[in-house]
Design a protein around this ligand. Sequence first.
Ligand code: CTP
Ligand SMILES: C[C@](O)(CO)[C@H](O)COP(=O)(O)O
Length: 251
Amino acid sequence: MSGRLWLVVPAAGQGRRMGADLPKQYLPLAGRPVLARTLARLHAAFPEARLCLCLDPDDGHFDPAWVPFTDWRRAPGGAERVDSVVNALETIAPDAAEDDLVLVHDVARPCVTVDDLSRLLAAIADDPVGGLLAAPVADTMKRDDGAGRVQATESREGLWHAFTPQGFRHGLLRRALNDAQARGVAVTDEASAVEAAGLSPRLVSGRRDNLKITHPEDLALAELVLSAQALAAQAASTTHSEASPCGTKRA
Ligand SMILES: Nc1ccn([C@@H]2O[C@H](COP(=O)(O)OP(=O)(O)OP(=O)(O)O)[C@@H](O)[C@H]2O)c(=O)n1
Ligand SMILES: C[C@](O)(CO)[C@H](O)COP(=O)(O)O
């Protein structure tokens, strides 16, 4: 990979659909704030990366002790997610080169695995466009008629769920987002801005448990995912130790 690696983490949302007393990034998830868990996953995969964290300028809950990165800065959150990401790209612009790779990851996706993060980076490191973690749609898709009834069954052929991280070169992403905003193109992720610029981001198949905590029930699901991932990691390390003649079994 040429250039340095930047992580942009939009964490300036209000969590309206969650409807809690706190923005969802500060709710406890298996004993730690969601924000701390997400940053810990990113740090486990990319300890040397530079971080830009988008926070609401009026945020009264953030604690810098939750940031495990040595090189990090904050950017002011904007009205929408895209505005927060644009602010982050402006904030890092004096230090970021045109070709530096930027991975944008929602603070609300704490279950992303180190393996998926590494695979995404490997898949896009030398890609001229960039790409995103995603998964093919697995359910039958219905379109409603606006009155609570089915109007049609839509084909799911070729449809994917877009996750984060989404990774692009700093210069390309900054221009794509600025152009999309100037043209009034609706942008709900980085890839859609790059698509609006006429390019085709790479789809990198990722785990379906990289869920975005959005509604109240998602918090309990994320806890279950984290504990299932921890059990799987423990089982894998035990199997590895047993298979290795010099391996020492870990507790
Ligand atoms: N103005 C905003 C809005 C959202 N986000 C971030 O973008 C990610 C995805 O947004 P979403 O899940 O919609 O979060 P919220 O905006 O907090 O939720 P809601 O839409 O329910 O209010 C989250 O990490 C959120 O913190 C942000 O940085 N700035
Ligand atoms: C960026 C994203 O996570 C991709 O799925 C998503 O678009 C953000 O969710 P939102 O509800 O549109 O803010």
